[in-house]
Every structure is written in C-alpha cells, then in structure tokens.
Design a protein around this ligand. Structure first.
Ligand SMILES: [Zn+2]
Length: 582
C-alpha cells in the first residue's frame, strides 16, 4: 500500500511519487491579506496541511520512482505565500480590472473605526496599505497557528516559508524580464498606462489543468476581458504580468523593457508572484538554479477557484521560465465549504472567521476537526451541531490518551495493546493512503475510546484531572520517539499511546494546548470570555439582589449580561458560570 492522490492535472487518482522522497517540495497558494480569512479559506489550507502531515508521517508509505516503497519519517518543505500587493478585486479578469483590494480594506477599516467595531488592538493607519497588509498578515498567522497549520508554526522560526509578495518584487521582475527576452511576453499600450502580457499562444499546453484551452477561450474569453485592453493584446486570454500605473497605491519601479525608455512605476499581476516565490524558495539555487535545472515542484495546492485562471497561468509562466515540461507534478484542490447546508454567505452571517467562533468559546481543535473530517474532494458541510460533536469527540480522545498515560502508574493494572487495534489501525491507514480518506481513522478512535478499553483500564478511570490534561499539551512525544515506541513495544499501554501520538501528528487535535477556564471568587469564566470588573460587579449586584429576594432586579441583570453576549448559570457553591452566548 502506498499513497495515491487525485491529481487535477491528469484528472485521476495517481500514486504520489515525489522527486526526492525524503524532501518533498510543496507550494500552497496563501491568503490575500486585506481581510481576515474565513473558514472556507481555512478548509482549503487545512486539507493541504493534512496532506503534508500525512506525507511526513512514519506511517505513510510512498512509491519510489523505481517502484519500491519508501517508508519512514520524511520532511515536507512547504511554502505558503502572503499576497500583500494591492491586487484588484477582479483578479480573475485577465486584465486585473476592478478596485484595488487595499483601498477596499482601507475603507472598511475607516468605517469600522468610526462605528467603534474595529478591534482595540488595531493601531492601523487606513491610509497606509503596507500597514493594512501587515495587520491582516499578523492576524492570519495567529489564526493559522491556532488551527495547527504546520507551515505557519514552522514559519515562526523560518519566515522564508511564508514569503510576502512585496518582498519578492525583484524576483517577479527577473521572471518577467526573462519571459520578455525569450518572446513569451510582450509590452503593449500607451506610455503611462502600458502593460506587459503573457502570450498564451506561445504555450501550447495552456488549458491542460482547467480544460480552458486557447481554442476554447477564443472570442472574448466569456466576457472576462475589457474591450479596450483586448485590442492591444495578441489573444484575449493573454494575461497581465505587469501594469504601469503611477496612481496605484502600492507601486514599484517597472521591469526593464528593451528598446524602451524606463517605464513609470507600476505593480505586478497576481499570477506572477506564485511563480517567482515558489521557484525562488523551493528550487535549489534560487531562480537562476531553477532555470538552469529545469526545476519542478512536487505538489501545489489551492482552492478550487484557483484552478482557472490562477493556476493555469502559473503553469504557463513557470514552464516558459524554467524550460521544464511541467511546473508542479501534482495539483491538489479541495472543494468548497458549505455552512449549515448552504453556500457560505456574508449577508447571512455564515462567513465565519476563526475569531467569530473562538469568541463563542469553541475550542480551535474542534474547528480544525470539523473542517478536515469530510473528504477534501466532497463539499463539506460546516455546522454548529458538527462543531459540538467534534468538541465531544476530542474530549473523549483526550480522555483515552490520559487513561493510557495513567495506566502504567496504577498498581496491578495490566493493559495489553488489544490485538484488534493493530488490524483496525492498518485498515484506517489503508484508507488514508487512498486519497487522504480520514473517516476510518476518526471512527477507529471513537471505537477505541468507546468499546475497547479493557476493564482493567476502566477501573483506573477515564482521566479528567486538569493535571493529566495539561500533560497532553506539555509533553508531546516526538514523532521519532513514537515510531520507535511502536516498533519496539508489542504489548503495553505505551504502544497504544505511541499509536495515538502518531495518529495525532496527522490529525493535530489531541496533544495541544487546551483552552482553560478562569476563576474568580464569584465567577467561573469559560474559554471565550474575558473576565472584567464590569462583569464582576454585575454578578455581585445580582447575588445581592437575590439575597434580598429582589428577583426582578436579578433577572434584569441576567438580561443585561445576555445583551453583552454572555450566558450565566448558577453553580452549587454560589459561583456563577459565565459562558459565551451561543
Ligand atoms: Zn498562487
């Protein structure tokens, strides 16, 4: 058994055969940082994260080029870009029409400041597009780390894993100038508003990924291009590499166009950034080396809306730059997310950000599980009910882990790694090898918790002490330790625990920091609620009102807390539990 993934490029399930199996190269199209990412964006990023974690797992087997099987721990070098150039709202338009996204963001921040809804930490100047981009970039990285995205966790130590477009303008210009020199690109237009276009007719395989071939795109590209620009282009599907525009908010010196005086300032097209950043970071020897070695990358991911035109254009530019017959060998595209059975919608308020959900006290691990539990090529349905089930599941799995930790310490307890676990594990791994199907692993863990803990371990009791739960977040077993433990120990709770560690290296929900409640004399604050003197004094006033049997006043205070988004519940010792109102 070895890993097979669905490759959008060839529209079929294929054995995943990396160029160098111990060092897999993986590029993921990242966020445009002019707003917070929503759960639909994160579903796509998390599916790529799941694939990366699975490829890195010692439990995953890959096929080698010679047909043999590669097993063992391996490293995935994953890069995710930060799109912080002020691109256009109609980026999918081959001419980049629409409005500058940073201007849209500036207007949104200005309005939010006026209405007081902007977060208190937003010391961001709406007139500075670079500041807006940094603001949302920081928030994206914080969210990504909370959701366990490994590329973001690793980028804390090595920021080059999440490169910014604005730091890579020179690389983009190098690629554009080479494409001009080799005749794959051409300048057009009048001074002051000139543009450099990629000439799609020079790249015959154009359309292989999406099916939008050059012939299919003749005749106006389905209204995707504006009339005036089309007149200066060789083909209506030719797309923008650079635009000369002194009025643009974020602008740089233009590439050199031979036989022309230096152009005025301008900005790059959207697609070129991913070609420049992936080849500069993932190919050995940077851009020059990528060209010399006809470099390819192993894996490339993005949302399904990126297939056309973004990824089609990336392939054309990259292959023409490197001289290679392909850019990425495998293209990975998770499907869209639905929310409560419907298309996600801003007006219906279902375009949740991570912060919307954690403010309700939901454990980020549950959000991660809800977003990865459905196969990446099916339209997942995100729901509040699903989140609750995920929270319960993770709680159970953590209890299973705690039970296994406590087991060896309990006198007279003997726990053999149940023989049926190995068979179940192998079956679940077979499913993962088959295009990343994780449903078997989820139901297996449920079964291990529910049915298979033998009476001996049940006597120890399912762990629930805070100290034990803390262990889960402070003492994770390394992948290597867990693998060795699995290989060396046949019958013991340690083998089961090692299995759990290895599985959670893929899932990323059990062994991680657990949101904590906070306690004061009067209140027990659940995760998602920040204690404040205002809440404390309201709770004291309510307690005094109840003592004085003024129940109307007590109820009024409860209503007031509700209007602040807080639900309260009286506890036996006179304390009040304060939770976010769902
Ligand atoms: Zn991209």
């Amino acid at each position: 058994m070895h890993l097979k993934v669905y490759n959008t490029l060839n529209k079929r399930l294929e054995a995943f055969v990396p160029q160098h199996p111990d060092r897999v190269s993986f590029y993921s199209c990242g966020p445009t940082v002019y707003d917070d990412a929503h759960i639909g964006n994160f579903r796509s990023f998390l599916a790529a994260d799941l694939l990366r974690r699975w490829v890195e797992s010692p439990l995953c087997a890959l096929k080698n080029k010679d047909g043999t099987t590669h097993t063992g721990h391996r490293t995935v070098l994953q890069v995710m870009n930060i799109t912080d150039v002020g691109h256009m709202t109609d980026d999918d338009n081959a001419d980049g029409a629409g409005e500058d996204k940073m201007e849209v963001a500036a207007r949104r921040i200005e309005q939010a400041k006026k209405s007081g809804t902007v977060p208190p930490d937003a010391g961001v100047d709406p007139s500075d597009p670079f500041a807006i981009a940094r603001f949302y970039e920081t928030r994206f990285k914080e969210d990504a780390i909370e959701l366990g995205l490994k590329v973001a966790i690793d980028a804390q130590a090595d920021p080059s894993l999440m490169p910014r477009a604005t730091d890579n303008i020179a690389n983009m210009k190098t690629v554009i100038e080479q494409l001009l020199a080799d005749g794959y690109a051409y300048p057009a237009g009048e001074p002051g508003a000139r543009a450099i276009y990629f000439d799609v007719q020079k790249f015959q395989p154009y359309g292989q990924l999406s099916g939008n071939t050059i012939d299919n795109l003749k005749g106006g590209a389905g209204g995707r291009t504006s009339e005036s620009n089309s007149q200066q282009k060789h083909h209506s599907a030719d797309f923008l590499l650079w635009k000369e525009d002194e009025s643009h908010k974020m602008k740089w010196a233009s590439p050199t166009v031979s036989d022309q005086e230096p152009w005025g300032m301008g900005y790059p097209g959207w697609h070129i950034e991913c070609t420049a950043m992936s080849l500069a970071r993932l190919a050995d020897g940077k851009l020059e080396g990528a060209r010399k070695n006809h470099a390819k990358i192993d894996l490339h991911s993005g949302g399904e809306d990126n297939i056309f035109p973004h990824h089609e254009c990336e392939i054309a530019q990259s292959c023409c730059f490197t001289g290679s017959d392909s850019f990425a060998n495998y293209w990975f595209h998770p499907r869209f997310l639905k929310v409560e059975g419907q298309k996600m919608s801003k007006s219906k308020g279902t375009m949740y950000t991570l912060r919307d959900l954690t403010a309700k006290g939901i454990d980020p691990a549950a959000i991660r599980l809800e977003l990865i539990k459905t196969h990446y090529r099916a339209n997942a349905d995100f729901s509040m009910q699903g989140l609750k089930e995920c929270e319960k599941r993770i709680r159970n799995w953590r209890r299973l882990a705690v039970s296994l930790i406590r087991c060896p310490q309990a006198t007279g307890t003997i726990f053999d790694y149940p023989s049926q676990w190995q068979a179940q594990l192998e079956q679940a791994l077979d499913q993962l090898h088959n295009d990343l199907n994780i449903s078997g692993m989820i139901s297996m863990l449920d079964r291990w918790y529910r049915n298979d803990l033998p009476p001996a371990i049940d006597e120890v009791g399912h762990g629930s002490d805070d100290d034990d739960l803390n262990y889960l977040s402070v003492s994770p077993m390394s992948v290597i330790e867990a693998r060795d433990q699995m290989n060396e120990t046949i019958h013991s709770p340690m083998r089961a625990l090692a299995a759990l560690h290895l599985l959670d290296n893929i899932l990323g929900v059990i062994f991680r920091p657990i949101p904590k409640s906070q306690e004061t004399t009067i209140a027990l604050y659940q995760p998602g609620v920040t204690p404040s003197p205002e809440i404390e004094s309201l709770l004291i006033a309510r307690r005094d009102a109840k003592k004085a049997k003024d129940f109307a006043a007590a109820d009024a205070i409860r209503d007031q807390l509700q209007s602040m988004g807080l639900a309260i519940m009286d506890k036996p010792a006179g304390q009040v539990e304060v939770a976010p109102l769902n």
